[in-house]
Design a protein around this ligand. Structure first.
Ligand code: HEC
Length: 469
């Protein structure tokens, strides 16, 4: 009996020791670290991509081991600004807690390389485009000279697609040649050739005009429209044009077989906002298009709250105010299904909170960003459709910090900031991408949103008028 107990105790000890040894096994680069870097970092940390250095080899990782442990612990890397909320996102770039701990213990163990045969194959990136080989690549025929300094520049560039037949576009990717100077680009469509002609006649690269005079034909676009904020929103939200690109956005295919329409013979108009970077640069953007043969089963639209990137609620933040809030809401007029969400503001925004409250009162957080960073404007897609029954109130609340304590404040000492198009002005809105649950109610959805927009525009104009008095 005694003997048995001893054996059991010894056995127990033995089991405990081995378990412990396994737990405490020193992680190596080849076995434990490389798989994390290849999967979560290499897409940006490789030659020709946005990150300033590669993380593909042992030498790469060893050189910056401490920093890697730090920035993963603080969740600065991989960049992913959406907090955990009530919905999950596709392609969420968050490391698991145990991965973060592993990177830390690897650094603490002095970063051993390990056995070569444990090293997984380095990821292969097709043609440099994250979505793989595009179906069509077009490029600005001439480059535009971006001045080193001065005010922001808005410019429209016509790029021929040369398409002989109509296409459905499931994804668009964009590559600026001067990424440090390109703030964002919207992809308009011009079936009339007007913008290209204007550019050719003027003899200079690109044409000016806030949004250009390009018409659009995609989605529900109004051909020949004059280009204003409504158009800008149409483009951003998929009801005209082909969406847009902002610094930090990663390209994604539209989900649920949705697609943009790109009619044959249509020019792409890149409407680009430049923020001079301090050195003179040349921009010749490249656009990659991905087609699908299948016509989409449904139309989709964007619901931007507050409308006009926040112009309708007015933004006017006195210097030093750490807690300036704007808020607005839209109540959906039919059952809708949301599939994506974006947020947009400039440098001094701090927090975004987007909630959906259905008639039964059970509120859901659709997007929460507690540390807004202008550099990372993700186009988030929900893992699955989020159903919002008729009468659901979509509420967007944005907080700004215009104090000197806000390290991202571009102006020192802080000064009053108003709504405007310059990077040092502010904007603020979130756009929810939706389909009507019943396709035959899509018109009703558009009408309801149109009414919100008109109402908001009137209220906004009134507010600005009263402020001026
Ligand atoms: C979506 C693209 C992207 C991904 C994914 C990404 N990075 Fe980065 N990383 C960047 C960019 C761009 C910078 C430089 C600008 C910045 O610091 O924000 C950067 C900077 C860094 C820095 C330097 C930070 C500093 O303060 O100097 C480290 C270290 C780093 N990344 C590590 C990682 C690690 C480790 C991963 C994966 C776990 C990762 N990154 C994933 C784009 C990315």
């Amino acid at each position: 009996m005694k003997f048995n107990l001893r054996i059991t105790a010894l056995l127990g000890l033995f089991v405990a020791v081995t378990a412990n040894a396994e737990e405490k096994a020193i992680p190596t680069f080849n076995k434990n670290v490389a798989p994390i870097l290849f999967e979560a970092c290499a897409m940006c940390h490789r030659p020709g991509e946005s990150a300033p250095f590669s993380l593909l080899t042992y030498a790469d990782a060893k050189k910056r081991g401490k920093l890697i442990a730090q920035v993963t612990h603080s969740r600065q890397m991989p960049p992913w600004k959406a907090d955990k909320s009530d919905v999950s996102f596709r392609g969420e770039r968050r490391l698991k807690d145990n991965q973060i701990a592993l990177l830390k213990s690897w650094v603490e163990a002095d970063m051993p390389e390990g056995d070569k045969k444990d090293l997984p194959k380095a990821p292969v990136f097709d043609d440099g485009w994250p979505l793989g080989k595009p179906d069509l690549v077009v490029k600005m025929p001439k480059s535009f000279k971006v001045p080193a300094e001065g005010r922001d520049v808005y410019r429209n560039f016509a790029v021929a697609t040369g398409l002989k037949e109509d296409k459905w576009v499931k994804a668009v990717d964009f590559r600026p040649s001067a990424p440090s100077a390109v703030h964002h680009t919207l992809f308009f469509l011009d079936p009339t050739g007007t913008a290209a002609k204007k550019e050719a006649d003027s003899g200079v690269v690109g044409s000016s005009g806030v949004m250009g005079t390009a018409g659009r034909a995609g989605g529900s676009g109004r051909p020949g429209s004059t280009g204003n904020l409504f158009d800008e929103i149409g483009v951003l939200t998929g009801t005209g044009g082909l969406g847009g690109w902002t610094a930090g956005a990663r390209p994604r295919e539209l989900p649920h077989n949705l697609a943009y329409k790109l009619p044959k013979g249509t020019d792409l108009i890149l409407s680009t906002h430049f923020h001079p970077s301090g050195k003179a640069e040349e921009e010749a953007s490249t656009i990659a298009l991905y087609f699908t043969d299948k016509a989409p089963p449904q139309k989709f639209t964007g619901i931007q709250v507050p409308f006009g990137f926040g112009i309708v609620v007015g933004i006017n933040i006195e210097a030093g105010n750490k807690d300036y809030v704007i808020e607005d809401s839209f109540t959906v007029p039919v059952d809708v299904r949301a599939f994506g969400i974006t947020a947009h503001a400039h440098y001094i925004a701090k927090e975004f909170t987007v909630t959906a409250t259905p008639p039964d009162g059970k509120s859901k957080t659709l997007l929460r960003i507690s540390d807004w960073d202008f550099a990372w404007q993700e186009q988030y897609q929900f893992e699955e459709f989020v159903d919002l029954p008729k009468g659901t109130k979509v509420n967007v609340k944005i907080r700004y910090d215009n104090s000197a304590e806000n390290l991202r404040n571009p102006t020192s000492p802080p000064k009053r900031v108003r709504w405007g198009r310059e990077s040092t002005d502010e904007m603020g809105s979130s756009t929810l991408l939706v389909v009507a649950a019943k396709e035959e109610e899509f018109g009703k959805l558009q009408d309801g949103y149109g009414a919100y927009v008109r109402d908001a525009a009137i209220k906004g104009a009134l507010k600005r008028f009263q402020e001026k008095k």
